[in-house]
Design a protein around this ligand. Sequence first.
Ligand SMILES: [Zn+2]
Length: 464
Amino acid sequence: MSGLVIRGGDLCSSAVSGSFDLRCEHGKIVAIDREIRPEPGDRVFDASGLLVVPGLIDVHVHFRDPGSPERESFLTGTAAAASNGVTTVLEMPTSDVPVTTAARLERRGRHLSGRSFIDFGLYAGAGHSSLDEVESCARAGAIAFKTFTHRPQPSRAAAFEGMWAVTEPQLFQTMSAVAATGRVHAVHCENDRLLEHFAAESADRPGFGERHREARPPVVEDSAIAMVGSLSLTTGARVHLVHVSTARGVDLADGLRRAGADISVETCPHYLLLDQDTLDRYGSFAKCNPPLRAHDVRRSLLDRLRHDGIDIIASDHCSYTTEELGHHAEDPCGALPGLPGIEFLMPSLLTIAREPDQALVDVIAKMTSRPARRFGLEGKGDLVVGNDADLAVVDPRAAVPFAADAGFLAQGSRNAVYLSEVDLRGRAVATFVRGNAVFSDGAVVGSPGHGQWIRGAGTGRSPR
Ligand SMILES: [Zn+2]
């Protein structure tokens, strides 16, 4: 069978960095060497002057398929992901209907199997009202579990049903149930009672931005991290803290780790690239939970990234229609939270790596080898002989300015105006999933049935 040879590229991964050729066959990497002579029938890709990195693994996306086709689908979301060098996504369980039973997980996996350009895993939701379903969801192949520590806003209650645990006893029970499966437990940390308190306190603040951030100050997040982390010490939960937005949250996780907790920390490009000025400027189009923070908080988060307090970077991609975002332009409580970042993920990552003292190889690892190891994605996340040939070829210098009228693949991308002032650089030139091109020459070239559903298996006691 003919293979694929990628020649002349600058490899950048945890296992190997430098100028190497790479040969793939039967969907696997079969050779990495200074110079590889193609075999008859091989396709040769000239990567001279370009970076070659492992395909990105985005462990936190909300495409919601089949829940809200007017916002996003797996076809549009995974096409945009492929165009950014992403070869695996882990889809969150918030959808209509929410994924909190084995039957729903199975149905969703089958539905998405013909609709994904790239490989994917599915979370199941866990909460105090769905404790009895946790074990069967794990057996059905949930890659990990997701829990919210606060109640959803009323307009979103249906999509979050069965995946929140607010009080300490509810959290303890939920974390114990997930710990018994051995799977990673992703937790959205914001303290419900403090949210209620600060929402009331901030009700008369002027301006969308000020009201949103004062309703959700860092202590709301920090206190939930401390609670979840300390419960993990007793329950044995393998906690994954999603979208941590402050250095103090990272430091708390660090302290809990030293006390014996099994915790990984995730943050998102928007917390590393943007601050509250962007929230003030773009209002409902820059609303996410937790909110974009003050400038000095962003600087210290970058510092923790450099010192490895942060394990994983993920997009937390989340789309709404332009009309939905405009509808609550004056109402921070009613506005829908979440930013549509996946179509800008590769340039965001490379732009973060250009910040002072960041090392490109370490930043890349937080979207490749680190998530693969944490979530037990075998054969993924690194440039190693025997691994899946999941690869991204990248032009690190290409400028990628945001323009609202550009042709986008993901439906939500046109609303990513919050990126308007970021000097984004670095574009995927080609993306390969298990040796097959899914994106090349500026176009998605794969077929939507190519992506495989990766089911979680075993107890997955993989290290941080
Ligand atoms: Zn999310």
